[in-house]
Design a protein around this ligand. Structure first.
Ligand code: HEC
Ligand code: HEC
Ligand code: HEC
Length: 456
């Protein structure tokens, strides 16, 4: 009895402290005026005055064009297109720790899309994460980043979306567990993890750095995947860009640390990765990153890509316990075929599975075929997915394959989810990491089963 009373008192106290904190935050929030409209004229290379007369017909088409570019930077199409025949009409399932959400229709259809939204409604959604009827939106919509985008740029995106063909389509209803289906609860999440404010350039930094920051921290929302999350699923500010997870994939550390991150990459390697999905001798883009390259980064101007590189290179390096970079492992296997001949054939022998399923494209030596050309079958040596300390991405890749379309190439590696069982994929992953990657990496059939469930 005495004990439960103490628990009750502790709970009441905690609740009071939390309420006080909430009240404090509300006061703080209303007393800060968001810094609006920093048009970055120097970095954009244009006259900010052009934004002022947005209603004249001359600038209208320019604004729409600019909006189309910005919509690509934000990958609106990636999250809002379930069926390529219905672009921007939503319906993409997004699995969160709290259940399944479906993206809404953002075509100008008045009944099922955002045709009836005013510009102010649209700005409020992008900047504050609040829907047309005042409901709080879930942060699976990256408004935590989109809040930094200038009013002029948000209006340009809106203008572009307004030119799309309206599509009459209602996405499926969300399947979130109680209490997460209560949108008002997002109030608490927002208080802890969201600061609605426009981007403010740092006057001590170059225009290039600021443009990169504006893109990376804003529309391009790189941190959604590459920054780890805290207990309440907010972005962890102290470990920015040091790696996170997304839909079963590891979005690697992209800080400039030479061992943990991408400090060993040149600007050109990063730019090549973002435009083609290939950085020879470093990495290939698969999974969610293939989507980002395909829908978004391949379309960025060379200036914007360079700005992204300048900004990322200036971030705090995080080693994360790594002592050797992911892309520094491996040497060709040249004795395996001889060894294989003298071995009994078993279904779960990694080397045999490799020769049977992978060697036709990657060569039994692991050196790939035509490995330096875009769209080639890449070498598994000095590849970040093979050299990673955790073989999760390797397993996701074997399950799902690679599908990536760019201006340069149509890249396709088949997935093996149906052909290979969990123990076979685990054996294969162990063989590939032992042979061509980080020999300390391990993989179990249970882990493969867990990743397979995520990949559904
Ligand atoms: C990472 C995935 C993702 C990306 C990228 C994304 N969205 Fe969304 N968006 C969502 C989700 C999920 C929702 C629904 C949130 C909810 O139901 O609370 C949403 C909601 C919206 C809404 C509110 C619609 C409504 O009916 O309430 C608008 C407007 C919107 N997005 C516009 C955009 C634009 C413009 C872009 C590109 C600049 C974009 N989104 C990029 C996931 C995304
Ligand atoms: C939707 C989630 C997501 C977003 C958004 C995203 N990434 Fe990634 N990124 C990933 C994943 C997952 C990987 C690992 C891909 C693989 O293993 O092939 C990755 C890999 C990378 C790599 C290669 C790292 C290595 O060592 O292999 C770089 C560089 C990178 N991303 C940069 C960026 C930049 C810059 C942005 C923003 C413009 C961005 N990413 C946005 C998920 C994402
Ligand atoms: C039909 C040819 C083909 C087969 C078979 C094949 N691959 Fe691939 N593989 C590719 C292509 C194409 C790519 C992507 C190249 C790119 O990203 O530009 C790729 C990429 C990869 C990568 C790099 C992915 C990244 O994110 O960095 C690895 C690792 C890999 N394959 C391993 C395997 C394994 C293991 C098998 C056997 C289970 C296999 N591949 C079977 C064609 C193939």
């Amino acid at each position: 009895m005495k004990r439960s009373a103490r628990y009750l008192a502790a709970f009441a106290l905690l609740f009071c402290v939390f309420s006080l904190y909430v009240a404090w935050r509300v006061v703080q929030e209303t007393s800060t005026v968001p810094v609006d409209e920093w048009p970055l004229p120097a970095a954009h290379g244009e006259d900010p005055a052009t934004h002022a007369d947005a209603n004249t017909t001359d600038t209208r088409s320019e604004i729409v064009q600019r909006g189309a570019y910005l919509a690509r930077v934000g990958d609106c199409v990636g999250c809002h297109t379930a069926d390529p025949r219905r672009p921007f009409a939503g319906g993409v399932p997004i699995d969160t720790p709290f259940g399944r959400l479906y993206t809404p229709n953002i075509t100008p259809d008045p009944a099922t899309g955002i045709g009836q939204w005013s510009d102010a409604d649209f700005l409020r959604a992008m900047h504050e994460g609040i829907g047309r009827n005042g409901e709080r939106l879930y942060p699976a919509f990256p408004y935590v980043e989109f809040t930094r985008v200038t009013d002029a740029d948000v209006r340009a995106i809106r203008a572009y979306l307004g030119t799309l063909a309206p599509i009459h389509y209602t996405p499926p209803v969300n399947a979130l567990h109680f209490p997460f289906n209560q949108r008002w609860l997002m109030l608490f999440w927002n208080l802890l993890n969201f600061e609605p404010a426009r981007f403010v350039p740092d006057p001590r930094q170059s225009a290039e750095y600021n443009r990169g920051a504006y893109l990376v921290e804003g529309l391009a929302h790189c941190e959604e995947c590459h920054t780890p999350r805290n207990l309440t699923q907010g972005l962890s500010k102290s470990e920015r860009f040091s790696g996170g997870t997304h839909a079963g994939w590891q979005a690697y550390n992209i800080t400039p640390d030479r061992a943990g991150g991408i400090g060993g990459w040149s600007d050109d390697a990063l730019i090549s990765y973002l435009t083609t999905g290939v950085a020879v001798g470093h990495a290939n883009a698969a999974g969610p990153m293939a989507g980002i390259v395909q829908n978004s980064t391949q379309y960025l101007t060379p200036e914007d890509l360079r700005s992204i590189s300048v900004f990322l290179r200036a971030q705090a390096p995080v080693a994360g316990g790594a002592t050797r970079s992911r892309d520094s492992f491996g040497q060709p296997a040249d004795d395996d075929v001889a060894t294989l001949r003298s071995n009994a054939v078993t279904a779960s022998n990694g080397a045999q599975l490799f020769v049977a399923n992978c060697a036709s494209c990657h060569n039994w030596t692991g050196t790939g075929v035509g490995a330096s050309a875009p769209g080639a079958y890449p070498s598994l040596i000095r590849n970040s997915t093979v050299g990673a300390a955790h073989a999760d991405n390797l397993v996701m890749l074997i399950l799902q394959g690679v599908h990536r379309q760019t201006k340069d190439a149509d890249v396709l590696m088949p997935g093996f989810a149906r052909e290979l069982g969990d123990d076979q994929i685990a054996a294969l992953a162990r063989y590939v990491t032992q042979r061509f990657g980080d020999p300390r990496a391990t993989m179990t059939a249970d882990r493969v089963a867990a990743l397979r469930a995520q990949a559904q």
